[in-house]
Structure formats: C-alpha cells, structure tokens
Write a protein that binds this ligand. Structure first.
Ligand code: ADP
Ligand code: MG
Length: 348
C-alpha cells in the first residue's frame, strides 16, 4: 500500500490559512488540457472540448463515514477522491477535475494534513485528475471532507440509472463483498487492540480485504474497456451500498424487474473463506456489504459476445418486464425477493 513519511510536527492552525493551503497543494500538477486555471484565484476556469460535463459531490464526516483509529490519513485522502471519481465513472464518463473542501479541529498537525493531501495527490496522479480548488476551514470537533468531482463524456454516451430495457443483461465488474469483510477484520483488530495495546495485528491473510476497504479504486479502467469493446451500457450505477440496493435503484429508475443468479455473483476466494470465519453468508456480503465501488450496468443481449471473454466482467442476471419484482435465484433454484438489505429468504 502506501509508504510512511516522517518529519517534525507543526500545528496546522499556527500556519495561517493561505500558507496552509500553499503547503498542502504546492506539489500538485495540472494534467488535463481542460483545466485553464486551477488553485489560486476566486474560482477555477475549465474549458472542456465538446463533451457533456458531469458533477458529483460527497461529504465525509469523521465518526460517520470514516474512523481515524484504523484509517491512515493518507488512505483517507486517497479514498475521499476515488469514491467520488467512482460516481463519475458510474455515468460512463472520465473524471477530469476535483475540488476539495476540508474542515479540521486544532488537534490536526500540519504533518497530518500533509499525509492526507499526499493520499489525495496519489489518487489525482493515478487517475489523471486535477485538484482545481477547494476551501479550508476549522471545525470545533473532528474532520469533515467534501469532494466535488467533475468529469466529461461524449454527448449521448452518459449512462443513467433509468435506461435499462427488458431483456438486457446485468453485468458487474470485479468481485464483491471484499470491502465489507475488510471492515469486519479492521473492527475485530481494533477491539482486540482496545484490551491489549501490545497486540500486533497479523493482516497478511486478509491483505486483499483490508486493501479493498482502505484503498478502494474507481473503475475508470472499465469505462475505458467498454469504450474499447464498443459496448454502450443502457444503464449504470456504482456499487457503494451493496449489490442488492444498487440493483433495486436500476429497477426502480428503469421501471423494470430483474433476476440475479446467486451462483453468477463474482466473489473472491478470500471472501468465501473469511465469511465462513465470521459465520456470514458470502453472497450476503456481496449483496449487502457495500463499498466495493465496482460498476453495475446493463447491456443489450446482442452485445454479449463482446464482453463474454473478459475476466473483469461477469453477467449475473437480466432485466424482466415492468412490475415483475427483483429476485435472487439461489444455487438450489429457489427464488427470493431482493430487498435493499439483501434478500427476503424463503429458504431455510
Ligand atoms: P476565497 O477566500 O476566495 O474562498 P480561499 O483563500 O479559500 O479563497 O482559497 C484560495 C484558493 O485556494 C482558491 O483557488 C481555492 O479554490 C484554493 N483552495 C482553498 N482551500 C483549498 C483546499 N483545501 N484544497 C485545494 N484548494 C484549496
Ligand atoms: Mg475559501
């Protein structure tokens, strides 16, 4: 994951706002042609070519969305960016710029904020995105982060939630359930550490799960892959709250039902093994876990040959007609209605 950096502590508030902004952002470089003016004026200036522009904002609050007890600040900076870029990718668009607002209490040192910005910078570099502005202020308690992501897409190519058609195949990228189990592992280690501060967590066995929780990626590569394969999805969403909740959004917005096949849901072997350890159903982790930030989308059946050989993409079901309901077909052919929490089990 990330390497640690160490240098002496200095309080962020002792620096003054302008000096602080400069300290935090001076190493960032502009990568996009459309960023005409970034940080340093009253507003940024963007000049996109002929595309449509997409904008999305997320707010992250300490204690609600993240816990600094086990979230290193550098990872938090990285994740704050990637989860927002994921929303742009979920429209079949390419992220181009972000702005970042941050409020911190005086317990944060300049060093700590630099760590956070190092994670932001790593994500910006990895995704070719420019930090073009933001705001910096103090808070009475804890840390608050607001990221606005901007992206662009060729006119007519944006994928909305409401575009699926009856019979379209439902496809998911990557694998599901790992980020949720990564969270369970970190929580378990935190509780052990509370009673025994000498405890050194051995996370090697769970490295994939912890990385998926602490360092999620936006599937910009999948957006590029679909373009290359000449597949234009009819609907798309990113999986932040779990497959069950997201598929219901697509069904509701597209006014359709669906069938998802449990045995088609892509699940990593580490997820299966660790779910068993926690006495959890791996399918339930995939359906309700959340924070995987994979893309869930639909394609017309005639596009199936274009994607079928791709190891990054799994067809997990199809859309059915209006008012037919959302169902999970179990490994034993049982049918259970999908609820936002997972599914209403008719089976024992
Ligand atoms: P104003 O008083 O006009 O709001 P600021 O002093 O807040 O100006 O910001 C000065 C410049 O620094 C602006 O370009 C702003 O977008 C940028 N900026 C402020 N805070 C941040 C931050 N946390 N991250 C990135 N850019 C920032
Ligand atoms: Mg300001």
């Amino acid at each position: 994951m990330f390497e640690e950096q160490k240098s002496p502590a200095q309080s962020a508030s002792s620096l003054g706002e302008f000096k602080l902004i400069d300290e935090l952002t001076k190493s960032f470089e502009i990568q996009q042609k459309s960023s005409v003016k970034g940080i340093g004026d009253d507003a940024a200036i963007l000049e996109p070519a002929h595309e449509q522009i997409l904008i999305s904002t997320d707010l992250l609050i300490e204690g609600v969305h993240f816990n600094l007890g086990y979230m290193p600040l550098k990872h938090l900076g990285y994740k704050a960016v990637t989860v927002n870029l994921s929303d742009i990718c979920a429209m079949n668009a390419i992220p181009t710029q972000i702005t970042l607002g941050i409020a911190v209490s005086n317990r944060f040192t300049l060093e700590a904020l630099k760590e956070f910005y190092a994670g932001v910078e790593t994500a910006c570099k990895a995704y070719g995105v420019d930090l073009v502005g933001g705001d910096t202020t103090s808070s009475t308690k804890g840390m608050m982060i607001s990221v606005t992501a901007i992206g662009s897409v060729e006119k007519g190519k944006a994928c909305r939630r409401d575009g699926a058609k009856e019979g379209d195949l439902i496809v998911v990228s990557g694998d599901l359930g790992a980020a949720y189990l990564g969270f369970q592992i970190l929580e378990r280690e935190r509780k052990v550490f509370e009673v025994n501060e000498q405890h050194q967590p051995d996370l090697d066995l769970y490295a994939y799960l912890v990385e998926r929780q602490l360092k999620p990626e936006a599937r910009k590569d999948v957006v590029e892959l679909l373009k290359q394969l000449e597949v234009n999805p009819s609907s798309m969403i990113d999986i932040s709250d779990g497959l069950a909740s997201e598929i219901k959004h697509l069904c509701k917005e597209s006014a359709l039902g669906c069938k998802i096949y449990e045995d088609k849901i892509p699940i990593d072997p580490t997820v299966v093994r660790t779910a068993e350890e926690f006495k959890l159903d791996p399918s339930l982790c995939a359906l309700s876990g959340g924070e995987d930030y994979e893309l869930l989308f639909s394609i017309p059946q005639e596009d199936y040959p274009k994607i079928k050989a791709n190891p990054n993409l799994s067809v997990i079901g199809h859309f059915t007609g209006p008012n037919t309901g959302c169902y999970l077909v179990g490994r034993d052919d049982s049918m259970a209605e999908i609820t936002a929490q997972g599914w209403d089990s008719f089976r024992e």
